[in-house]
Design a protein around this ligand. Structure first.
Ligand SMILES: NC(=O)c1ccc[n+]([C@@H]2O[C@H](COP(=O)([O-])OP(=O)(O)OC[C@H]3O[C@@H](n4cnc5c(N)ncnc54)[C@H](O)[C@@H]3O)[C@@H](O)[C@H]2O)c1
Length: 263
């Protein structure tokens, strides 16, 4: 019997897809490989409009600032007009805005503006998009929501990233609460917690972090995409409210120095 793709017949909306070497685009590519029937990709950056040419005719691209409730409603309405429904939502946008650098600051130096911005792009955006998408999932009694959190925040922390840690830990708390509220409507909600990932924006030091994980490398973006795809599929029908950490075993090792000094 011919194998059907894991997402055959499903319509998905994925946020944060403008960078073709990022997790969002890699996830979109996995979704296409798994025969997703319709795909709406969203980003704040116009570069997102390059996606349909690479992902296929059933992909539509949309721009929105996902920290704005009005923008979010408009873009969800656009996606629904184009595809008729949204079965799968992947809240991936966050961390940095396309073309800008990440804003690192020690806790004691954080301004209120930096705090509000970090919470807005990493946590509020996921709340707003989910709130706009969930009603039509409830009406149809089906939905899969996958929120991209991080190992950073819910599990571990890095210096100068306390806002990011707070927001990504908040994503997990929000996911658990959401999972309970929508469980009676055929909807699951889960979070993924990537560790070091070799995206285009990975800095040199982060690469070293990846090399010192038990698997001795950073993740490829498509490896995160495959986990997201699994949680978005009916293979994961009895999993909800969970954080699935995908970090090459990094957070389970007690000794984190160079291996030649220990083994
Ligand atoms: N790269 C890693 O090592 C890593 C590790 C753990 C978690 N993550 C998470 O994975 C997700 C994707 O990260 P990535 O490394 O692929 O980064 P990326 O920069 O390629 O993707 C993030 C995208 O989100 C978009 N975005 C940001 N703010 C937005 C807004 N207000 N409205 C609309 N779009 C907005 C950006 O323009 C960008 O295209 C993020 O949520 C990040 O926190 C990444």
């Amino acid at each position: 019997m011919e194998r059907r793709g894991r997402l055959a017949g499903k319509v998905a909306l994925i946020t944060g897809v403008a960078k073709q070497d990022g997790i969002g685009f890699a996830t979109a590519q996995v979704f296409v490989d798994e025969e997703v029937a319709g795909l709406a990709v969203v980003d704040i950056a116009d570069a997102v409009h390059a996606c349909p040419a690479r992902l296929g005719a059933h992909c539509t691209s949309h721009t929105a600032d996902l920290t704005s409730a009005a923008d979010v409603q408009r873009v969800v309405d656009e996606a629904l007009a184009a595809h008729g429904r949204i079965d799968v939502l992947v809240n991936n946008a966050g961390m940095v805005v396309f073309g800008q650098d990440e804003d690192f600051a020690a806790f004691q130096d954080l301004s209120e503006r930096q705090w509000d911005f970090g919470i807005a792009i990493n946590l509020k955006s996921q709340f707003l998009v989910t709130r706009a998408v969930v009603p039509q999932m409830i009406a149809r009694g089906y939905g899969r929501i996958v929120n991209v959190s991080s190992a950073t925040g819910p599990v571990v922390a890095n210096p100068q990233e306390s806002v990011y840690c707070a927001a990504k830990a908040g994503v997990l708390g929000m996911t658990r609460g959401l999972a309970l509220d929508v469980a009676g409507h055929g909807i699951t909600a889960n979070a993924v917690g990537p560790g070091w990932v070799a995206t285009g924006s990975q800095a040199e030091g982060e690469d070293v972090g990846g090399a010192n994980t038990p698997l001795k490398r950073s993740a490829r973006p498509d490896e995160i995409g495959r986990l997201i795809c699994f949680l978005a599929s009916d293979d994961a029908s009895y999993i909800t409210g969970q954080l699935v950490v995908i970090d090459g075993g990094n957070t389970i090792q007690e000794y984190k120095g160079p291996s030649e000094l220990y083994y």
